[in-house]
Ligand binder design. Structure first.
Ligand code: ADE
Ligand code: ZN
Length: 324
């Protein structure tokens, strides 16, 4: 079964490239760029990955991302992730990047996008992995800063297909970014948003109604609101669920208490994803394997989850047919 889960064709719809920065690469880039890290060894870094909540994680995640400086760094980060995809038979991926994490440090958005898209292009040519990039706004920053980021990104509009919303959820409702998302939609982008990870079901409603999202990232707290679950089922709205992330960030006390399989059984269009694989103990295959070990995930459920992901991908019907 574990071999089956690793080798079945998969699509990943929710992962942050910055969250795939393994400690080994973090040190290599820190050395290359002459940056001091607050840790001396890879083991010390991993020992720091004991998070009480989302904010604990984000503080370390933004610190780690500080080693990314050059186009080559963004290329190397993306390429390392794609090589993991290759070993786990991820044949389609739609990663996020957080441009504001880097523009705040003076790294031009073009440097970021050229590095990332260069690796994605090579991933298509050399590894046969198709991809679509998603630009994600940091919700702890202002609406105005999100507008500025969108303007900075427009010259590279062909490099990404959608905009998203991530970072600290509580206290930063989707409504705060309604106008930015209206502009992104008018420019022809699709939209997604993290909602119902730590935030309440109300944030999922806002993402649907105000940001007009095509997928909800996480969404697990929607289960607290039966009417919302009914709506997600009726609309076949995809949820990009990240089981290991939810346990590491204490959204659920343990994986055996996760609600993903209940939602699947009810007809919610749930998918499995890694979120920040370098920080949460594994890539997409490890998420499937741990679901098997701790939640009793069976073969039919795994296939259904994987099919949901391919069906929810931001590709044309023709490309979907070729992938599935
Ligand atoms: N940025 C990276 N991972 C995230 C997560 N799980 N939630 C919100 N923002 C994030
Ligand atoms: Zn995420």
């Amino acid at each position: 079964m574990e071999h089956f889960l690793s080798s079945m064709p998969k699509a990943e719809l929710h992962m942050h490239l910055e969250g795939s920065l393994e400690p080994e690469l973090m040190f290599a880039l820190a050395n290359r760029n002459g940056i001091e890290l607050p840790w001396d060894t890879v083991d010390q870094v991993r020992a720091a990955y004991d998070f009480g909540n989302l904010q604990d994680f984000l503080d370390i995640y933004y610190q780690g991302a500080g080693v990314l400086q050059t186009e080559q760094d963004f290329y190397d980060l993306t390429w390392a992730y794609l090589k993991q995809c290759e070993t786990q038979n991820v044949i389609h991926t739609e990663p996020f990047f957080d441009p504001q994490t880097h523009t705040a440090r003076g790294i031009d958005i073009g440097v970021q996008i050229r590095g990332i898209t260069g690796a994605l292009q090579h991933g298509r040519e050399q590894l046969g992995i198709s991809s679509r990039l998603i630009l994600s706004f940091l919700r702890h920053l202002s609406e105005e800063e999100a507008f500025t980021t969108l303007e900075q990104a427009l010259p590279y509009r062909d490099s990404f297909v959608a905009v998203g919303l991530d970072s600290s959820e509580a206290g930063h409702p989707p409504a705060k970014f309604q106008r930015v998302f209206e502009k992104a939609l008018a420019e022809g982008f699709l939209t997604v948003a993290h909602a119902g990870e730590e935030g309440p079901p109300e944030y999922v409603y806002q993402a649907l109604d105000l940001l007009r999202v095509s997928r909800i990232d996480h969404g697990v707290r929607a289960a607290e609101d039966p009417a919302l679950i009914e709506r997600l089922i009726a609309e076949q709205m995809p949820l990009t669920v990240c089981p290991l992330s939810n346990v590491r960030l204490r959204v659920f006390p343990s994986l055996d208490q996760h609600n993903i399989l209940e939602m699947l059984a009810r007809g919610v269009k749930v998918t499995v994803n890694s979120d920040d694989p370098a920080y949460f103990g594994g890539y997409i295959a490890e998420n499937f394997v741990e679901m098997h070990r701790q939640l009793g995930l069976n073969r039919d459920q795994a296939v259904a989850l994987s099919r949901n992901a391919f069906e929810s991908a931001f590709v044309s019907d023709g490309e979907k047919a070729a992938l599935i």
